[in-house]
Design a protein around this ligand. Sequence first.
Ligand code: PEP
Length: 244
Amino acid sequence: MALRKLVAGNWKMNGSLAALAELDAIAAAASDNLDIAICPPATLIAAAAARQPTLPIGAQDCHWNASGAHTGCLSVNMLREAGAQLVIVGHSERRTDNHETDAEVKAKATAAIAGGLIAIVCVGETEAQRDAGQAVAVVTSQLRGSVPEAGTGESLVIAYEPVWAIGTGRTPTIADVADMHAAIRKCLSELLGNEGAKVRILYGGSVKPSNAAELLHIPDVDGALVGGASLKATDFVPIIDAAK
Ligand code: PEP
């Protein structure tokens, strides 16, 4: 089943009020047959949503609690009030830098969905795990631990991001991406029943204008999560166009 593609940009800890000018050309690349989103730093969500009200804006993390003694954290309602419609959870940089566990990622995704945000749950193996032949086992284990039972085709997106491909310019082979996305689809069907076939599975890791078309046309690749190449409209718009 061909799902409507989603091309989402993850600005990570990059960007400024001045950088929001990039959103004008990105919003202008919108098309009826796909979804686009940009996830800027949380401090820019409100300004981004105000600048381009038709462009879905997302956050890069959330807390699972609605409020409380969690200094520096942001709840789903706070993000929604700022203008976010989506949130990335379990990015490998957070799993590494902040020691986030599958259970925490699941709690965040569950809270996001309950609060009306689309949750983009990230999974992916390290290079050592791939070299040891464990890539599929690692990713399916992350899915079993992080996918919320409440996930549906509308509320949940999975991003397969091999850790060794993020920001390195390296990508897996087309066959390896196809095998992994097929394994993820099978696992989602086991976890979510019929709904598993409707959940979009994005590929992420060094997507750029020169490789977007071939990556985006692999079966079960329902879009892309793009880091570095989402910062400039001149890079990101050709990736959006490749998904059309
Ligand atoms: C990411 O970190 O989500 C990502 C895909 O980064 P990049 O495109 O820069 O590899």
